[in-house]
Design a protein around this ligand. Structure first.
Ligand SMILES: Cc1cc2nc3c(=O)[nH]c(=O)nc-3n(C[C@H](O)[C@H](O)[C@H](O)COP(=O)(O)OP(=O)(O)OC[C@H]3O[C@@H](n4cnc5c(N)ncnc54)[C@H](O)[C@@H]3O)c2cc1C
Length: 463
């Protein structure tokens, strides 16, 4: 059965459904932020309701059409890429913010609501949506749920999973399920909500979510610290983590700072240049807390863990300091970076990073490496930047050879080959470094229950 017959049928069943098949749209909605695969979608659909999504899925099952769920397409694992003639289902037209449950501090949103729009809605209610990262202006709630996105506030509030109190989903069979209904307590058997979080659209579509909102943080204050080595980063995490209730603990290297400054995003935090930097944030709820922060700073400086530092004195300065960290991904994207997004227990961080440093020195002597990450969550982003003289293909090939050493080290420390970006297609070949063969078989069995015809995001996570 051809795609065109499927689209004709869809037209008959849902005459108001927007369907795009022009080349620009296929290229635009057929890809995400990654550059590994060329988009090759057959059509892009823009449903406006859960019922329309369900109709699409039922028809796709009839005609055995492969569907790719698509959010803001900021994904970093090619999870939303349609490279094999699939039909993309975009949530761009399902972006309504629905009922606000004030007493529950919860709001219902459609999957296509942009992260920043939810943050602003929460703020308008004097509340806070705690998932935040540099792509929040484009990423959608459905995509965040698909990848169980993390970001810069995980150390305090947890991943996207922690904010989801209920979901409406359309399974790969076309059934509509209302999962958990927003309740904090519901001990009635399997909680399928959690299966759909982080499933990367392989079990079905998320169409709505009930989201928990938090109290607004008070007087957020950031410190940027120049530090001499990795070991100091890990020790500072311990020292500041014990003394303060941190809302963020990030790190980046001098190369990242240089690139961000060269791109004009912000200026250097202080005169000294150091191999690594820590950006930590806390709620300065009282002078006592500020005094504590200063005394930890001083004792760490005396111990040689800090070379230089600065603390924000206003909201403007806070935002300026955050630009050092939040502009990195966008700035280095012009260098076609090969991204690793790995994590280990904080307890293993010191040894793990020492091993990774050796691998990098031995295997990438000629490549520029940019380190940054949510180190307070044990999450490291290792970015290898493409030299101009290499083609994209040659470069990725070289990086993939070294991958096995990096991932063997991740395995040695029982860590994750994808901390927060998902598996998609880019990390699919390495899944068994983190998940056992038996576990992967269980995952495939679960998929077969929700998506028996294998139409949902086929070829993502596993084959
Ligand atoms: C500059 C930059 C910074 C970033 N920083 C971070 C960070 O700090 N932390 C982090 O975790 N990520 C980060 N990311 C990655 C990315 O922004 C997140 O993964 C984000 O949650 C993806 O959302 P999206 O709407 O763009 O999803 P997409 O890329 O469109 O899709 C992601 C996955 O979800 C699936 N999906 C999309 N919508 C649905 C739906 N309605 N139902 C079911 N499945 C669906 C897709 O099929 C795909 O598998 C960053 C990306 C960029 C470009």
């Amino acid at each position: 059965m051809t795609i065109s017959t499927f689209l004709d049928q869809l037209n008959n069943t849902l005459p108001d459904l927007t369907i795009k098949t022009d080349k620009d749209s296929l290229d635009n909605w057929g890809k995400d932020w990654t550059k590994h695969f060329d988009p090759n979608a057959s059509a892009i659909l823009f449903p406006k309701s859960t019922e329309e999504v369900a109709q699409i899925v039922r028809l796709a099952n009839e005609y055995k059409i492969h569907l790719v769920p698509s959010g803001g397409r900021t994904g970093l694992s090619a999870g939303a890429v349609a490279a094999f003639g699939e039909v993309v289902v975009s949530f761009d037209k399902m972006n309504a913010i629905g009922t606000f449950y004030e007493a529950d501090r919860m709001v219902e949103v459609e999957a296509g609501v942009v992260t920043k729009a939810l943050q602003e809605f929460a703020e308008s209610k004097d509340l806070y949506y705690a998932v935040d990262f540099a792509s929040s202006g484009s990423s959608q709630i459905g995509g965040n749920i698909g990848t169980n996105a993390g970001g810069i506030k995980v150390i305090r509030y947890g991943m996207t999973r922690n904010q989801i109190l209920g979901l409406t989903v359309v399974t790969g069979k076309g059934d509509v399920l209302e999962l958990n209904g927003g309740m904090l307590k519901n001990a009635t058997g399997y909680d399928f909500r959690h299966l759909f979080i982080g499933a990367e659209g392989t079990l079905g579509f998320v169409t709505k979510a009930l989201i928990k909102l938090e109290k607004q943080p008070v007087n957020l204050t950031a410190m940027v610290l120049g530090v001499p080595d990795f070991n100091a980063v890990v020790r500072l995490l311990d020292k500041f983590g014990k003394a303060l209730h941190l809302t963020a603990f990030e790190f980046f290297d001098q190369i990242a700072v240089d690139k961000v400054i060269q791109a004009g995003h912000t200026k250097a935090p202080f005169d000294s240049q150091t191999p690594f930097y820590v950006l930590l944030e806390f709620e300065a709820v009282s002078d006592e807390v500020l005094d504590t922060a200063m005394s930890v700073f001083e004792s760490c400086a005396e111990a040689g863990l800090i070379v230089d530092g600065v603390m924000s004195q206003s909201v403007g300065q806070l935002h300026e300091l955050w630009k050092l960290r939040e502009s990195i991904s966008e700035t280095i994207s012009v260098f076609t970076p090969y991204k690793n997004d790995v994590s280990v227990l904080i307890s293993y961080l010191g040894d793990f990073i020492a091993d990774i440093e050796t691998i990098v020195k031995d295997n990438y002597p000629d490549f520029e490496i940019c380190w940054f990450g949510h180190i307070g969550d044990g999450n490291l982003h290792l970015n290898i930047l493409k030299p101009e003289h290499l083609s994209k293909e040659e470069f990725f090939e070289k990086c993939q050879v070294v991958n096995q050493y990096v991932f063997e080290t991740v395995k040695k420390y029982k860590g994750s080959i994808s901390a927060e970006h998902g598996v998609g297609m880019t990390k699919k070949p390495y899944l068994d470094y983190t998940r056992s063969p038996v576990e992967i078989e269980y995952m495939k069995a679960v998929k077969a229950v929700f998506d028996p015809n294998g139409i949902m995001n086929a070829g993502k996570i596993f084959d």
